[in-house]
Every structure is written in structure tokens, then in C-alpha cells.
Design a protein around this ligand. Structure first.
Ligand code: PDD
Length: 286
């Protein structure tokens, strides 16, 4: 089956989807997006993703073009029209098409786009051995809680990791851990799970919330607080989380082993709990 996408009211083959070059998404990166994993053709945590979409839209003053029920219906239709039990659903809303002017033109009609890709989660080797990451200073803007399609900062930072043969670039701002170029970051020290708080400097990750929910339910020792660069470099374990990476151990940071250089005990426990949690949710969809 050819990839089917949704654009402004219609489903069509990917290669037929076209937007005008004056779309403000193209000209200014003026839009927001979501990535929702679907397991066994069921979106995972859809309500939470739609809540974050609303937060992002509010953050850049675009009206939500659809109700949550309409978004969910569209996502279900898109999933049904594409191959694969596990899919990654990408949805994007831009301010729409207008003559180029930085200020928002009046009476804009949002551009709405949705596509599906195969959901690629970490390989068994990555789960077993962990991944490597590098570090960099977080030079992005101060509204990282908005899931903006203006991702140049994230792309430059992620490319630094790619150039170094690493999976992620972990970011520090003013000596504090923020997140990574496309994931949230957790640190374990002396058996305590440390999580940087959700604020304007990080994307409020849906996976981050699931991990904290599991950690609290299973009585992990958890501290949600600022984590210093020194603590990160001295960590026993580092994890990165995202909808596509799920929970992944970072076992090498800037070429040095994290802890003993193998995925830690808490990671192995959390990874297993996360897989169980997913399976349970899929058995009884909300
Ligand atoms: N990225 N932080 C950043 C900067 C991200 O881009 C992402 C996700 C996350 C994790 O959020 P979540 O757990 O909701 O996926 C944190 C997606 C997957 C992407 O851009 O492809």
C-alpha cells in the first residue's frame, strides 16, 4: 500500500500532497506538531498528545482547527489506511498561506497535515547495550515547551550527535541539564531517579510523564528538580525518553562510560515496566 497522508480535508497518496510556497510553515517555520506512537493500530496517550498540541497552539496563537474527537477520528482513519501494526503518526498545523509578513495576517486558514511512518523503536542491541550521547550547550530559544516545527536548533544539535556516531546530544543551559535534541533526559545517582522539571526550557514529554507515573507507582525514589551538569557527568545511569525511543539507556557520554558502561539496574527495571505498561494500555484502550 502506498503511503496515504491527510492534507486540509482529504486523504491522498504522499506524492500528491502539495502546499503553496507561501505557507508560513515553509516561510517562517510558523507551526506546531505532534508525534504520536500507535501500537497495534491504537494511538498511545492520544488525549495527552492532544492536550500538548493545544498548549503549543496557544503558545503561538493559532486556533485549534479541530476538536479532540475530530483529531482522534482522523488519526484512526489514517492508521487504517496505512500499513503496519505499529505506526508513528505525525501531525502538523501551520498558520496557513499568506503574503510574506512577519506579523500574523488576519483571517488565516490553518494548514493541517498528517502522515504515518513505520514506528521504529530501539533495536534489541541498543536496549541491551545502551547508546552513546555527546553533550552541547543548549542554544535554542526560551520556549522549548512549544512543540514548534522551527526545529533548526534541534536539527543542528542532533547532527552533532550524528557526526560523532552518537544517538543523541544532551543539552546544558547555565550549568543545568535541560533535555536532548529530540528526547527528555533522566539521570540516576545513588539509586535516586532525577528528572529536570517541566518548564519553558524543555518539551513536556509524554514519555517523560509515563516514566514518572511508573516510577511513582513502583516506588522508585524520585526527585523532580534541577539537575546540574556535574551531576549528569557523574551519573550512575542516564536515560533518554521519547515516543519513538521509549526509554533508552545512554551508556557512553562524550566518549566516557556512564556508570559501569552498561545499562543500569534501574533502567532494566523501568524498561520492562514500560513494555508491560504499554501492553496493558493496549489491552484496554481508554
Ligand atoms: N520528539 N524533547 C524534544 C526536544 C523532543 O523533540 C521530543 C520528542 C521529546 C520527547 O517527547 P515525547 O515523549 O512526547 O515524544 C523531548 C519527537 C519524537 C520528534 O520530534 O520526532
Amino acid at each position: 500500500m502506498a503511503d496515504t497522508v491527510y492534507l486540509n480535508g482529504a486523504f491522498m497518496p504522499l506524492e500528491d500532497a502539495r502546499i503553496p510556497v507561501l505557507d508560513r510553515g515553509f516561510i517562517f517555520g510558523d507551526g506546531v506538531y505532534e508525534v504520536v506512537p500507535a501500537y497495534s493500530r491504537t494511538p498511545f496517550r492520544m488525549a495527552e498528545h492532544l492536550r500538548r498540541l493545544q498548549h503549543s497552539l496557544d503558545g503561538i496563537r493559532i486556533a485549534n482547527p479541530m476538536s479532540d474527537a475530530e483529531w482522534s477520528k482522523l488519526a484512526a482513519e489514517l492508521i487504517a489506511k496505512n500499513d503496519g501494526e505499529d505506526q508513528s503518526i505525525y501531525l502538523q498545523v501551520t498558520r496557513g498561506v499568506a503574503k510574506r509578513d512577519h506579523a500574523f495576517p488576519k483571517d488565516m486558514k490553518q494548514t493541517v497535515f498528517m502522515m504515518s511512518s513505520p514506528l521504529t523503536t530501539p533495536s534489541q542491541a541498543q536496549i541491551d547495550h545502551g547508546a552513546s550521547a555527546i553533550t552541547a550547550s543548549d542554544f535554542r530559544w526560551l520556549k522549548c515547551d512549544v512543540k514548534s516545527v522551527s526545529l533548526l536548533g534541534n536539527c543542528l544539535l542532533r547532527q552533532m550527535a550524528a557526526d560523532a556516531g552518537a544517538v543523541e546530544t544532551i543539552l546544558f543551559r547555565d550549568g543545568k541539564l535541560t533535555e536532548a535534541s529530540a528526547s527528555n533526559v533522566f539521570v540516576v545517582k545513588n539509586g535516586v531517579l532525577l528528572a529536570p522539571p517541566k518548564n519553558n526550557l524543555v518539551l513536556p514529554g509524554i514519555t517523560y510523564d509515563v516514566v514518572l507515573e511508573i516510577a511513582h507507582a513502583r516506588e522508585f525514589e524520585v526527585e523532580v528538580r534541577e539537575v546540574s551538569e556535574a551531576e549528569t557527568r557523574d551519573a550512575d545511569e542516564i536515560w533518554v525518553t521519547s515516543s519513538t525511543k521509549e526509554v533508552l539507556a545512554v551508556t557512553t557520554l562524550d566518549g566516557k562510560p556512564v556508570g559501569d558502561g552498561a545499562p543500569g539496574m534501574l533502567f532494566r527495571r523501568m524498561h520492562a515496566l514500560y513494555q508491560d505498561f504499554k501492553r496493558d494500555v493496549m489491552r484496554k484502550p481508554a
